[in-house]
Design a protein around this ligand. Structure first.
Ligand SMILES: [Zn+2]
Length: 90
């Protein structure tokens, strides 16, 4: 769970946060106020995983390509959860 910047209580589930992109506010499930993630933070967290996924295209082996793509996706989601803070939408 991720703490709400308005009320400090759990705002959204990990699953919800995983699919939360910039510019799309969601309502805190504790206080109902809108929270969102910022574009710069989202980009910073998405970049390493995206770079790994692009790098995966360079492998000759299909198996390695799929493995690296999955690793990149995992990295993207992991960094998103760790690095991207929730902020007040208004
Ligand atoms: Zn709240």
């Amino acid at each position: 769970m991720h703490a709400c910047p308005h009320c400090g209580k759990p705002a959204i589930t990990v699953l919800r946060k995983t699919f939360l992109g910039p510019g799309v506010p969601v309502d805190c499930q504790s206080c109902g106020k809108p929270v969102r993630v910022t574009y710069p933070a989202w980009m910073k967290a998405a970049f390493p995983g995206a770079a790994v996924m692009v790098g995966a295209l360079l492998f000759d082996s299909e198996l390695l390509m799929y493995a690296a793509s999955l690793a990149g996706l995992g990295l993207m989601i992991g960094l998103h959860l760790l690095w991207v803070p929730l902020v007040k939408d208004r």
